[in-house]
Design a protein around this ligand. Structure first.
Ligand SMILES: Cc1cc2nc3c(=O)[nH]c(=O)nc-3n(C[C@H](O)[C@H](O)[C@H](O)COP(=O)(O)O)c2cc1C
Length: 383
């Protein structure tokens, strides 16, 4: 049985979203403001849809926390859907059927496969849960995990590196600002950010949508989280799974990623050096902080590619599942580009994976024991 797990529940226009998290040690002080800052960051970004103007997401703790501190119990978190007030008939739990069915299924969304698999005749029964509104709960869970990690000296940050084909100039990025600064697109190359916004504006005018790439950086991870001994213990695999588990993510890279298939070993592997201050150290981090499925003590660097949003205001050709006629796909209120929001979700998912790996290695009954175990281990491996 896993010692750390979480589940989310709730529909996009239902009353609320909830999450239950098990495995957070007792004695962790909760800073609700910090968690709600991430909730707000997930809602931001140039190119977001009208829904984000209705919601002001807040995480509300319902169990597992007393006087601002965890007790070791399962933690329940609720995120209210303000928009629910406008959907009480259409999303009624026990009432009569109400409202038009969604039948003009959208290419690239879960609609068609979902209605067939779950034997529904209204794609709303599918899209309500497939919607990335669900990621609000993941950001709340990730925010809780970030606080556990912070207490252990670990920080998780992210930034957007590409939108609609416009990429950052890495030499223009102030990496120390990532996680500190306030950027509308969570991008730290200001010139590239301006061009990205322009590109998003063009897509909006054209009724089109855009995807992109974000990068998550995890600093301060002790070496040896994850393991080489079994495929499902590898930390690189867990991180890739967690990123791919975010709606619309279609590719994940760790460190140099796909470049590893192009360059020779002499230009990929991080050579090792020694001095008394650092012990064994590396001058590069093309492995992205992971070797043999284990953290190696360097920053962990994961990139994820998000496809363009499937709901287009200039809808794509599709089929009505009720009549069988060829139609234009339905238009739900929608984002034009949500890569910056996805980057915040990526941070949350990375924090969840690292919290799981950390508590797996050092225990999760009490914070005091976890910290002591980690300190003793670090003293041993660092010499
Ligand atoms: C933060 C975020 C926001 C999203 N916003 C929308 C949206 O407004 N409209 C939409 O059609 N899809 C949106 N998506 C993408 C869909 O949720 C996703 O494409 C869909 O669930 C199908 O899953 P798949 O793309 O993984 O195949 C969003 C995804 C993320 C991560």
């Amino acid at each position: 049985m896993a010692n750390f797990r979480f589940l989310t529940a709730g529909e996009s226009h239902g009353q609320c979203l909830t999450a239950i998290v098990e495995g957070i040690p007792a004695g962790l002080k909760i800073n609700l403001d910090e968690i709600n800052k991430d909730m707000a960051r997930r809602q931001q970004g140039y190119g977001r849809g009208g829904r984000m103007k209705i919601e002001t997401d807040k995480a509300e703790f319902l169990s597992g926390v007393r006087f601002g501190e965890t007790m070791g119990d399962p933690v329940t978190i609720k995120v209210a859907n303000r928009d629910w007030q406008n959907w009480t008939d259409r999303m009624s739990v026990m009432g009569e059927e109400y409202g038009d069915k969604v039948t003009a299924v959208r290419p690239g969304h879960a609609d068609l496969t979902g209605v067939l698999k779950y034997d529904r005749d209204d794609a709303r029964d599918i899209l309500e849960r497939a919607s990335a509104r669900e990621t609000a709960t993941r950001v709340a869970v990730g925010g809780l995990c970030k606080q556990l990690l912070k207490a252990c000296g670990i920080e998780v940050v992210s930034h957007v590196v590409k939108i609609g084909g416009i990429g950052i100039d890495e030499s223009a990025v102030d990496y120390s600002q990532i996680g500190q600064g306030s950027s509308e697109l969570n991008c730290y190359d200001p010139a590239a950010e301006e061009k990205m916004k322009q590109r998003i504006h063009e897509a909006m005018v054209e009724g089109d949508t855009l995807g992109g790439v974000f990068e998550v950086i995890i600093r301060g991870v002790p070496l040896g989280l994850g393991s080489h001994i079994q495929w499902d213990k590898r930390l690189d695999g867990k991180l890739a799974w967690a990123m791919m588990g975010i709606q619309a993510i279609k590719g994940v890279e760790i460190g140099a990623g796909f470049k590893c298939g192009e360059l020779p070993g002499s230009q990929i592997h991080d050579e090792m050096f020694y001095d008394e201050k650092h012990n064994v150290y590396r001058k590069t981090n093309r492995a992205g902080g992971l070797e043999g499925g284990m953290s190696n003590g360097e920053d962990i660097v994961v990139r994820a590619c998000m496809k363009p949003i499937p709901t287009l205001m200039k809808p794509l050709h599709s089929v009505d599942i009720g009549s069988g006629e060829e139609v234009l796909a339905c238009k739900e209120r929608s984002d034009v580009c949500a890569v910056s929001a996805a980057s915040v979700v990526g941070e949350a998912m990375a924090a969840i994976v690292i919290a799981e790996a950390l508590t797996d290695k050092f225990g999760n009954d009490a914070m005091v024991d976890l910290l002591a175990a980690m300190q003793a281990y670090k003293a041993r491996v660092q010499g």
